[in-house]
Design a binder for this molecule. Sequence first.
Ligand code: COA
Length: 163
Amino acid sequence: MPLFAEWVNKPECLGEYNSLRQLSRTEVEKGYEKGSLEQGEFIIEKKDGSKIGYIFHFILVHPAGKLLEIGYFLVPNERGKGNGTEAVEIMVDYLFLSKDIIRVQACTDTRNVASQKTLEKAGFKKEGTMRKYLFLRGECRDAYAYSILREEWKEPKILTKTA
Ligand SMILES: CC(C)(COP(=O)(O)OP(=O)(O)OC[C@H]1O[C@@H](n2cnc3c(N)ncnc32)[C@H](O)[C@@H]1OP(=O)(O)O)[C@@H](O)C(=O)NCCC(=O)NCCS
């Protein structure tokens, strides 16, 4: 929690394409408690135990509750090394293995090439442009909608199912 509170207050951790926030440690903790029933939040950790980023899933309004959206960021010096792709693949495996959903989705600023390539490498397909969907640095920005369906995922890439 202290680490996450530190990261969300650092513009360089959130990157150019996430909304900036200023949150106290108490606000971060309250947000976690309030959101934990509806979303899952994870610290991305390497095998050596170092903590390098954050990934979460949340529910969007859907009549049958069959879809989830994901978001993520890595600390700057851990980007561009394949970590983002691996974290998204693990998250997709986890969600399709553990939840009765048909679709995982994500959206990204149209300028955020790193995120788009990460999603595409993890098997997501671009669906189209959501015009003026994001509010970033004082302006409304176009975003690409991405998704992966259960039938496209087919089987786990990294995780294995346990009973
Ligand atoms: C988006 C993010 C999680 C991607 O993770 P990553 O570990 O840097 O990405 P990977 O190393 O797995 O690379 C995935 C692909 O993107 C490409 N890529 C990575 N950084 C890139 C960049 N800055 N510009 C263009 N392409 C880039 C890689 O080359 C790779 O494609 P390739 O295999 O065809 O060469 C990470 O860059 C990040 O934290 N960015 C800031 C926060 C953010 O934008 N979050 C997403 C909001 S939607």
